[in-house]
Design a protein around this ligand. Sequence first.
Ligand SMILES: [Zn+2]
Length: 402
Amino acid sequence: MKKIKIVLLIILMTIPSIFNFFPEHVEAKSIRDLRRELQEIENRKNENNSNINKTESQINAIENKISENYNTINRLSNEIIETDKEIEELNKEIENKDKSTKDLMASLQTTNGNSFYIEYLFGADSITDFIYRYSITEQITSYNEKLVVEMNELIKKNEEKKVTLANRQKELKEMQSTLQSSLTELSGVRKNLYELSTDIEDEIRNAKQIIQMYLDAGCTEDEDIKTCANKMLPPDTKFWRPFGPGYITSGYGWRSAIYSGGRLIASAQMHEGIDISNGYGSSQEIYSVANGKVVATWYDQWGGNQVTIHHNINGTTYSSNYAHMSRITAKKGDIVTKDTVIGYMGSTGSATGPHLHLAICTGLRFTDYTGYNAYVARTMDPRNLINFPSSGSWVDRVTYYR
Ligand SMILES: [Zn+2]
């Protein structure tokens, strides 16, 4: 008997955690929570600013390196030109020496038909003088030959130097192109960081506005804001993506009729929203696209599980509509922020795979007007209101996309 009681107790203790596992209710939030969230955004801003500074100084360093390399490459070009000149001069010199040696030999060997060289040698008045005269002429020719050898060596050295210089220049040019691509990449990073910075600024402005709104409504620091401001339509500054990463699978507007063999298969249809998806299926949380108030949740055979939320964007009212959800977690009357999960992606109703059908219309749907046609007539392309890429995918809900 005691054992059964213990088992029962364990089961009872487990039940709340089972319920917690399924987030049917968005947790109660207070102004204090909102302030903490604001602080987190401010921290992200600081982090982003330090990333910007880091990137700026990396860019600076690379730009300096590029200009330093550019100067070195120019200097090497000049050195190569100088070396060429030197080689040219050495060649001229060699030619001159060759010529002067030949001239000397020629003039020593033949003068007036007789050999001047012989005359010169035999004009010696002693054997010492003879040896001296002999060695002088030998020295002059061998000196010239030695000079030519030395100059040829110098030319060789210069040619080698030229190769070294050219190699160094080639290396530097390759380094330049590597640096240039790093620079291009970093410039991209910098652009993204600045975009992120703008998004964060928006988030901060938005968060502050929300806190002020609840304060104005008389909410205390620790009160559940949903209950204390139940009748309000919380303002927002702009629309945000309902989830990320993601991509658009079908755009807004008229879909043309489909014929097969002259037979009409499907008539032209107005697609009053956009379809967006990713690989996460029904585990993908769907967020409200802006602060607002949930005014309807329902199921029908076309849109499956659906939610409609009213918004006040800079004083203009809009309604956002979400369809094909696997589950709805928002309740009619809920005050939501752009960070509230309202349900999960799915393929309920008429859908071939998990995706979110997102539509946005002007005015307060179900309050200002009813009827499907009146609603469709007020819809617009969500891409005109939300920062979606014109093609490709985005990485998260609020920041840049690639
Ligand atoms: Zn759709």
